[in-house]
Design a protein. Structure first.
Length: 157
């Protein structure tokens, strides 16, 4: 085991890890950040996405010790206390959440997208969701949610 420090949602955690433990495993099984989901564990579904230094990354393929010194944001760090983030509100309002399993990863992808591009086109939104699988919604409501969130974050809705 190796002691590492992880900066998660603005707080530092010291944690003993094995060299082959993924960030997803440490988040869920060691630190109890269970909002981040494990859909496939093989880099295919996007349910495990977290922000690492502002980029949406599949945490099932990041070794935990490689995330030392980085700024990690999980879905638990997106809301401000009990106040949901406008992206989360837009997902709820448009019916973009059904079973919800994909939703944390979708929200993380959306946050990274809108931080980098506040006015994405529909094509850019679809492209950003390329690595996020949803079995329930058919994506239409998710794209609508992202368009609504983008408008609100620009102060237009
Ligand atoms: S659990 Fe990581 S991509 Fe599916
Ligand atoms: S809402 Fe069920 S997988 Fe997306």
């Amino acid at each position: 085991m190796q002691l590492i420090k992880l900066l998660i949602n603005g707080k530092e955690y010291e944690v003993a890890v094995k060299k082959n433990w993924t960030l997803l495993y440490v988040l869920r099984e060691v630190l109890d950040f269970t909002g981040t989901k494990c859909g496939c564990n093989t880099n295919d579904c996007g349910a495990c996405k977290v922000l690492i230094d502002g980029e949406a990354v599949n945490s099932c393929v990041v070794l935990a010790h490689k995330a030392e010194g980085k700024n990690i944001i999980t879905i638990e760090g997106i809301a401000e206390g009990s106040k949901l983030h406008p992206i989360q509100e837009a997902f709820i309002e448009t019916g973009a959440v059904q079973c919800g399993f994909c939703t944390p990863g979708m929200i993380i992808t959306t946050k990274a997208l809108l931080d980098q591009n506040p006015s994405p086109s529909r094509d850019e939104i679809v492209q950003a969701l390329d690595n996020n699988l949803c079995r329930c919604t058919g994506y239409v409501k998710i794209v609508e949610a992202i368009e609504l969130a983008a408008k609100r974050l620009r102060g237009e809705a």
